[in-house]
Ligand binder design. Structure first.
Ligand code: FE
Length: 284
């Protein structure tokens, strides 16, 4: 039986063994298909940290990476590990792992019919999208701080506001590099369609990152994003990690929520989108 979102008994921290030896030839082949087409897109689009992380971890087309080998390299570089989970885990479990520098990664791989979109993070999204950045000290520290912030936000009833920060940085963030706009968010780096959409399509808004603005911004989980937020350097995330979010949660909740495609007064426009993609979908 291929590994899937099966209901095996798991440990209290929800981790399971990756059972790397149990991947079938068909599952390694699915990885290859996904990896090869993505690898053609990433040069010139993924930021330097993603490219370097993938190279140093030897993430390649030949097979699904073994988390034990990834963890060995990560531990040496930044003190992180990759642990396997059967699928989505509760928020507090997720945050606790991140706070302890363990990245919970899905171990199953999507089926051929789900090549372009799956709801639950699989091994391709997690290993290609998230893991390379963990080799970079700044992204590594930011993600740990996010985990700690998540545990606090959970107690403060501010998970919506905090998850928007995660969404618009770790999942869908853009970074301005000396040689142009690049993707660093895992949802982009692992997506064939959205890698190009985020950078090259005229439809989405590209806005300078603003913490309070992001906390108020609703996002799409089932389609391409209508707005992306741009940071100027990886260190911006570390500055973010040093901010006490608690007073901002109250402020964000008191202000009106912002719809995914809206541009509002005060926005730092990098490029205003035409909105054509989502308008076309709504009228279809
Ligand atoms: Fe993700």
């Amino acid at each position: 039986m291929p590994l899937g979102e099966e209901s095996l008994p798991h440990r209290a921290d929800w981790t399971v063994d990756q059972d790397w030896e149990r991947y079938t030839a068909a599952e390694h082949a699915a990885w290859r298909t996904l990896f090869e087409r993505q690898a053609r897109l990433l040069p010139g689009r993924a930021c330097d940290a993603v490219v370097a992380g993938m190279r140093d971890l030897a993430i390649a087309a030949d097979r699904i990476p073994d988390f034990r080998r990834l963890s060995e390299l990560l531990l040496r570089r930044t003190g992180w590990q990759v642990v396997a989970v059967p699928g989505l885990v509760p928020a507090d479990v997720f945050f606790r792992h991140l706070a302890q520098r363990r990245f919970p990664a899905g171990r199953f791989i999507r089926r051929p019919a789900q090549l372009d979109y799956i709801e639950e993070p699989d091994v391709f999204h997690d290993v290609v999208g998230h893991v390379p950045l963990l080799m970079h000290p700044v992204f590594a520290d930011f993600l740990q701080a996010y985990g700690e912030g998540g545990l606090r936000a959970n107690r403060l009833g501010a998970l919506d506001q905090l998850s928007r920060v995660y969404w618009f940085t770790i999942e869908f963030g853009l970074l301005r590099q000396a040689d142009g706009l690049r993707i660093y968010g895992a949802g982009l780096v692992s997506s064939f369609a959205e890698t190009r959409f985020a950078l090259e399509d005229a439809s989405p808004n590209r806005l300078g990152f603003d913490l309070l603005r992001v906390m108020r911004t609703r996002y799409r989980i089932d389609d391409l994003q209508e707005s992306y937020f741009v940071i100027d350097r990886p260190d911006d995330l570390l500055r973010l990690a040093a901010i006490d979010f608690a007073p901002l949660y109250g402020k964000a909740k008191a202000l009106k929520e912002i719809e995914p495609g809206d541009v509002v007064p005060g926005d730092k426009l990098v490029a205003r989108g035409t909105g054509a993609y989502h308008r076309g979908k709504r009228s279809a």
